[in-house]
Design a protein around this ligand. Structure first.
Ligand SMILES: Cc1ncc(C[n+]2csc(CCOP(=O)(O)OP(=O)(O)O)c2C)c(N)n1
Ligand SMILES: [Mg+2]
Length: 295
């Protein structure tokens, strides 16, 4: 990859309120490094609200608007409109929502903002459950996972919603996936998103959660890397909802990923085969969209 042009400055400070090994905190650090100073962050209720913290104890030295759980898309649109009224087209509006605030309760707000093609970067940092309130399942929680609302033998039997496909269906100008285990790739995508001013951009970040996933805190990056290497969380970009580009091709079996986390511990060999089938099916579908496999 080409040499990245990133500042030595950190806009995310030590002493934040994330758990040890918090993937969401790592994602904030890289995103702010990529985007630089002139941004306003909009954060709906989530772990990120806590990690960044309430004014004046903020862990970031950029302005933040804390907003209600369902409203990231609408609140970011309002901040954009206010900046435009002031003639400020330079400042980037960065909406920073969890999977609950994106896939579930925030979905209508995001869909509206993307359909209006608001000039904002919409981020979903995805820890695959409602972590801030105690690990309840969301529509981003993958098949096979135990959470506090899918406990014991009632582990989640439905698949993770494909949020990137929903964004493609809006014909969003730019959408990309990113991972805390691939910082250069993530930073490059944020910088690319920043240059695509004038319309909506969406970045879906895989952010491991040691606390909610039953994993040691020093495994967060390794787990995120395995998610990409097993094609469970592929790295790719979509332009205008139609042009797909893959950034990495994995080839490891899903079991290597599943065995790193307590939330999958109960799965039988047969269940693991089911997960593998689902992942392979989704991966092949992505390859076809990227013109890398015959339709
Ligand atoms: C309308 C409403 N319902 C419920 C809550 C409580 N609540 C705060 S954060 C949160 C979960 C957020 O989940 P997600 O968006 O995935 O972010 P995470 O905490 O996992 O980082 C919930 C349910 C709320 N603040 N507002
Ligand atoms: Mg979450």
């Amino acid at each position: 990859m080409a040499q990245l042009n990133v500042t030595d400055r950190d806009y995310f400070k030590p002493g934040h309120l994330g758990c040890p090994g918090c993937g969401a905190a790592i994602a904030i650090k890289f995103a702010l490094k990529a985007l630089g100073e002139k941004i306003i962050m909009v954060i709906p209720a989530s772990c990120a609200s806590i990690i960044v913290g309430p004014y004046p104890q903020s862990a970031v030295n950029i302005p933040v608007l804390h907003t209600a759980f369902a409203t990231a898309g609408a609140a970011a649109s309002g901040v954009r409109a206010a900046l435009d009224m002031k003639g400020d087209t330079e400042t980037t509006v960065l909406s920073w929502a969890g999977d609950g605030g994106t896939f579930d309760i925030g979905f209508q707000s995001l869909s509206g903002a993307v359909e209006r093609n608001e000039d904002c970067i919409f981020v979903c940092y995805d820890n695959e459950a409602y972590m801030n309130t105690g690990v309840q399942r969301s529509s981003s929680t993958p098949y096979g996972v135990r959470t506090t609302t899918t406990p014991g033998q009632d582990w989640k039997r439905t698949r993770k919603k494909n949020i990137m496909e929903t964004m493609a269906a809006h014909r969003i100008p730019y959408a990309a996936t990113a991972s805390i285990a691939f910082p250069e790739d993530m930073i490059a995508k944020f910088q690319k998103a920043k240059t695509k001013k004038g319309g909506a951009r969406f970045i879906h970040i895989f952010a491991s959660c040691a606390t909610g996933w039953g994993a040691p805190s020093d495994m967060s990056i390794k787990i995120a890397r395995l998610a990409v290497q097993t094609n469970i969380f592929p790295l790719y970009e979509i332009e205008n909802g139609t042009r797909y580009k893959l950034n990495f091709k994995g080839n490891r079996p899903v079991e290597e990923y599943l065995q790193t986390q307590g939330r999958f511990k109960h799965l039988s060999t047969e269940d693991i085969s089911t997960v593998q089938r689902m992942v392979t099916e989704d991966w092949n579908s992505l390859l076809r969209k990227a013109d890398e496999l015959p339709v």
